[in-house]
Unconditional design. Structure first.
Length: 370
């Protein structure tokens, strides 16, 4: 196997591929990048058995073949080289030589047969997605995904495609996000899958305003962005009935500037208990406050927030970390909080609403210390 390429192209490809290379693994082969050279193209692939990334590298073909090479070493030497041409050759014993006009570097590769293969997939749906819409959807929902491996259904985002509405839902049991976009899909399209967080997190970094192709199979989902292909296994679990936990009868509203509220929460939470992160919203028609008290450290804080509250007086407690996450992910400058009691879920949404996009966020309160 032999090919040559530019330092910039190789560096860009390896940096991308490193996102699917585990730092620690019981399978040493996963620390490698599989390189396959044909007269037609040079393809590089990595996997951590969760996601697989495949990149086509612009290169000059010299000799056909394939080998698995240690990605970390390749990336480190590429990072240190000036902007010059790089030639990589591998002999039949997988002895590898990296050659440039300033030096020659040898390392050992591994047989390509040791590298995990991609299972054959029978894709039943191929969808063209707008990159900016998908990016906004991922960024709106990903923060609320659970990290609890004992609840696998919650470790991804539910994508529901139905009747020209694209719905994405995430929850960790404390907070929930339901993001809907209308008029972006074919009317006849119906699909419901749970997509792992890691795949969506990487995908989001690669998206632009351009369209991309999404292919859905029985077990896998693949995204193709230009010449890059990203694949992951679909989470084969049933997502909870999220609509049943979204309250329909909350009767109190608080309209507030998002950044004013967020700034107050950030400052006040500095003085909260480091174990509970407890802060309270004290809402009244005349005055509203964000406040906290930590008797253990004899610290407390209280800050007035200007907003428009409608309803009976209410004091409700939240984990400040969750509250900051929710408020910071509201689009636009103004926020509407819809509440009921100190022990019931509150809803957060941008105001005014956009015509074809609606993001509804739910946050469970915590019981305040007496």
């Amino acid at each position: 196997m032999k090919f040559s390429t530019s330092k910039v192209e190789l560096q860009k490809a390896l940096q991308k591929l490193s996102k699917a290379t585990p730092t620690r693994s019981t399978l040493p082969i996963l620390s490698c990048v599989l390189i396959k050279v044909t007269p037609k193209e040079t393809v590089l692939r990595t996997t951590d058995l969760e996601i697989t990334i495949e990149v086509k590298l612009p290169s000059s073909y010299e000799k056909e073949g394939s080998a698995a090479l240690p990605l970390k070493t390749l990336l480190e030497i590429t990072n240190e080289l000036p902007d010059i041409r790089i030639t990589i050759s591998v002999d039949t014993n997988y002895k590898t030589t990296i050659e440039t006009e300033i030096g020659k570097y040898d390392l050992m590769g591994k047989p390509p047969e040791e590298f995990p293969s991609i299972p054959d997939q029978n894709y039943r749906k191929n969808i063209k997605f707008n990159g900016s819409i998908l990016k906004e959807t991922i960024e709106a929902t990903l923060f609320a995904v659970s990290q609890d491996e004992l609840k696998p259904a919650l470790t991804g985002v539910l994508f529901k495609l139905s009747e020209n509405v694209f719905t994405a839902v995430s929850t960790d049991g404390h907070r929930l996000v339901k993001h809907q976009v209308k008029d972006v899909l074919p009317l006849e399209l119906k699909e419901e899958i749970i997509i792992p967080k890691k795949f969506l997190s990487f995908l989001s970094t690669q998206l632009t305003d351009d369209d991309l192709d999404i292919s859905i199979g029985d077990n896998f989902i693949t995204a193709q962005i230009k010449k890059d292909v990203i694949t992951t296994k679909i989470i084969d679990e049933k997502f909870p009935d999220y609509d049943s936990v979204i309250p329909k009868d909350n009767d109190k509203t608080f309209l507030v500037d998002k950044n004013i509220l967020l700034g107050a929460i950030r400052r006040v939470s500095i003085f909260s208990n480091k174990a509970t992160h407890q802060v309270a919203l004290s809402l009244k028609k005349d005055d509203s406050f964000v406040m906290t008290e930590d008797p253990e450290k004899s610290s407390k804080a209280k800050e007035k927030i200007v907003g428009d509250y409608k309803g009976e007086d209410l004091v409700i407690g939240y984990n400040s970390e969750y509250l900051k996450d929710i408020v910071s992910h509201v689009s636009g400058e103004n926020l509407k909080i819809i509440l009921k009691t100190p022990v019931s879920a509150a809803l957060f949404e941008e105001t005014p609403k956009r015509n074809n996009v609606n993001t509804l966020m739910l946050l469970m309160p915590i019981r305040l210390n007496d």
